[in-house]
Design a protein around this ligand. Structure first.
Ligand code: CAA
Length: 685
């Protein structure tokens, strides 16, 4: 039986056309066809004077069906449909609720009026997919709200609350009732007045000089992605060209972007993000347990950030420490973090702080639905805490460790409820970074896993399920990059040269600037705990250089700007001496080689991680690197990038490096070797 995407009913003389394409009414072929034929019927029905478009379910429409991109589009395309609406001789009014995005909003903008529910949110998020609004958004939005505001909306991709959209001129009316009722009334009024207001007939208000200034601010600093410059070009066309020519220019730019590697990478990340929290063997009826309260053990940097994430989401959280001083320090840092941005109103800060209950008594975790341990990375301390939590936590509570390396199974073994134990590995700063590695132990129950995923989403994180191994997915791969960095330094590269290669690749910061930011003493302690030596890194910390925290690390930092890395001849001396000690003859190393050496061993480790089942899918690894380690989203993550480069090239490079260096860990992972031999990739690009 074929699916019904559209139903039409009547409200007086108004035809109500409802879209039904769950979950978000994406405007795929079936829905487009359904709307087009319902419109045609309404146009020819003498009893119909006006039309209202409305969505079933959670929203009006989240836009074009992204899965159709790159495939031949069947008729009617979104442009044809939007053209039909705009040309209608009977007024068409959009009744907007939920998140109305991209092509969904563009379709509404072609209507003769828009009525939005009070809690609706409207946006053009195409930039996040590396494209521009290609269904008239860059032409109609400037005509409705002015070019400068349109530029901000389109290049940020941010959503606008309904009331702001009304003030700006994007919607005509906001209602606290059902938008369908208000839209029907408006449609009848329009029919009675004979007016057919259309965005295309307006001219763009405002001064072009303001647009130029705003555009210059966007392009003035650093790398400018093609999608951003294309948005600017399209909005300029709205001012400079007649409407239809502007539309044509917009479409040309859209086509260019949609076919670009950058957009393909961003679309890959969009779907990978949504897949990453899906657990292959989880029965569909698995229920997450409700989480109404949390406890965090440890008020240090990580514990504080995790506590903030819960408070930000409105979940009461008990913050546990062992001394008054540590608790006070933790709370002071939380408060300072809230105040730092300057954007959170004091009343909101007060509300969030009031959700945090500080205590020195771990027994207060007894009432929490989830307890997260965030203390030092020492197995014995963690075991002790879990044994205590096991004694006091209420039955069914989830017990999570924020460990970044340690064995969850060993931690779980300290409890009589290993099924309720798992890892929840947050990334620093935990109140900001979106990645959450959820570490599934061998005994972790499906319900525990589902609860951690649900709570992760609730506190604004992107959960990715990983298995137990040293460093899980992200840090295990990072280990390969750190090793490569150390070797590059020894062979001839300087910190600023390595970092310049990484930033030219697209990272916001290079690996050495990142190490300085994180604190070099942390890496030093981790190496010591494992008995690992690193000639350069050890010499740097032996010289008392701990990074930004004491103004000296791989770079020096001065009072004028404590965060700006400045190359330091003293560091160069330390590095050169380390090379000499090991008898390594230094040479100049080019950017291309640096990028290969930073990335390819990590990709190889990613392949091993897949082979061992530590990550469920290659896309999960990409999500981890994009959301946890600053991998540029327009390069899609390391595994997507590997597919773009070609696995054969990477396999040959690894084999050659393993042979030259004698480092067996660089031998291509069997899965990488096999795929390369078969001329395949990870199936991502
Ligand atoms: N096309 C296809 N599938 C989509 C989709 C879209 N536009 N938007 C969401 N989905 C799918 C998701 O992949 C997900 O599928 P699975 O359940 O199979 O994983 C499902 O809908 C639900 O999505 P979320 O899990 O993201 O649900 P949410 O409630 O957390 O968020 C949302 C809803 C805010 C709409 C979010 O999905 C979102 O931001 N979607 C993308 C919106 C977008 O980018 N629109 C512009 C499209 S491009 C365009 O319109 C171009 C143009 O100009 C012509």
């Amino acid at each position: 039986m074929s699916k019904t995407y559209v139903t039409t009913d009547r409200k007086g003389s108004v035809a109500v056309i409802r879209f039904d394409n769950p979950p978000v009414n994406a405007l795929g072929q079936g829905l487009r066809l359904g709307i087009a034929s319902a419109l045609k019927e309404a146009e020819t029905d003498a009893n119909v004077r006006a039309v209202v478009l409305v969505g079933y379910g959670r929203c009006f429409s989240a836009g074009a069906d992204i899965t159709e991109f790159g495939k031949p589009i069947q008729s009617p395309n979104l442009h044809d449909l939007i053209g039909t609406i705009e040309a209608s001789r009977k007024p068409v009014v959009a009744a907007i609720h939920g998140t109305t995005l991209g092509g969904g909003l563009e379709l509404a903008l072609a209507c003769h009026a828009r009525v939005a529910a009070k809690d609706a949110r409207l946006g053009l998020p195409e930039i996040k997919l590396g494209i521009l609004p290609g269904a008239g958004g860059t032409q109609r939005v400037p005509r409705l709200i002015g070019a400068e505001k349109a530029l901000k909306m389109i290049t940020s991709g941010d959503m606008m609350p309904a009331e702001d959209a009304r003030t700006a001129g994007l919607v005509d009316e906001v209602t606290s009732g059902d938008p369908l009722d208000a839209a029907a009334v408006r449609a009848e009024h329009l029919a009675a007045s004979g007016e057919l207001p259309r965005a295309r007939d307006k001219s763009v208000p405002g001064d072009k000089a303001d647009l130029d200034k705003a555009a210059a601010a966007l392009t003035g600093k650093g790398r400018v992605l093609r999608a951003v410059s294309a948005c600017i070009e399209a909005i300029k066309a709205a001012i400079e060209l007649p409407f239809d020519q502007g539309l044509k220019r917009e479409y040309e730019l859209f086509k260019e972007l949609v076919e670009s590697d950058e957009s393909k990478a961003q679309r890959h990340v969009f779907f990978a993000e949504r897949n990453a929290a899906k657990v292959a063997d989880m029965p569909a009826d698995t229920q997450a347990k409700p989480v109404a309260s949390a406890a965090v053990v440890g008020a240090g940097t990580m514990g504080g950030g995790i506590t903030m994430s819960f408070a930000n989401a409105g979940i009461p959280v008990t913050l546990i420490e062992t001394t008054d001083a540590a608790l006070k320090r933790g709370l002071d840092t939380i408060l300072a973090n809230y105040k730092r941005s300057g954007r959170t109103p004091q009343a909101e800060i007060d509300r969030r702080m009031s959700l945090i209950s500080p205590t020195l008594d771990i027994a207060k975790a007894a009432g929490a639905d989830i307890a997260i341990e965030a203390v030092f990375e020492e197995m014995e301390i963690k075991k002790e805490i879990f044994a205590k939590l096991d004694r006091i936590a209420k039955p069914g509570a989830v017990l999570a460790s924020n460990t970044s390396y340690l064995d969850i199974n060993e931690i779980a073994s300290q409890t009589k409820r290993p099924g309720e134990v798992l890892g929840m590995h947050f990334f620093s700063p935990a109140n900001v970074m979106k990645l959450l590695e959820i570490v599934r132990g061998k005994a972790t129950s499906q319900a525990t896993l589902a609860t951690a995923i649900a709570v992760g989403r609730k506190i604004g994180k992107v959960p990715v399920i990983v298995g137990v191994c040293d460093g899980f997915v992200g840090n295990r791969m990072l280990g390969q990059r750190l090793k490569a960095t150390e070797q590059l330094l020894l062979e001839g590269a300087l910190p600023h040269e390595i970092d310049a290669a990484a930033t030219s690749f697209g990272f916001a910061m290079g690996p050495l600037a990142v190490s300085d930011l994180a604190g070099l003493d942390i890496g030093m302690r981790a190496r010591r705990a494992r008995g690992v030596r690193a000639a350069v890194a050890d010499a740097i910390t032996d010289a008392g250089r701990y990074g930004q925290k004491n103004g000296r690390g791989y770079y020096r930092y001065d009072e004028a700007d404590k965060r700006k890395p400045i190359p330091d001849p003293e560091v160069e001396k330390i590095i050169v001496e380390a090379s000499e000690k090991l008898g390594i003859k230094r040479r100049s190393i080019g950017q291309e080689e640096i990028i290969e050496r930073l990335n390819y061993p990590m990709i190889n480790e990613g392949a091993k991680i897949l082979e061992e089942g530590i990550a469920q899918r290659p896309g999960d690894i990409d999500v981890i690197w994009v959301y946890g380690y600053g991998w540029p989203v327009w390069r899609g993550g390391p595994m997507h990038y590997a597919d773009q480069v070609g696995l054969k090239k990477i396999r040959d490079w690894l084999a050659e490096q393993a042979r030259k260096s004698g480092d067996a860990s660089l031998n291509p992972a069997p899965v990488l070797d096999r795929l390369a031999r078969e001329g395949r990739g990870f199936g991502l690009a």
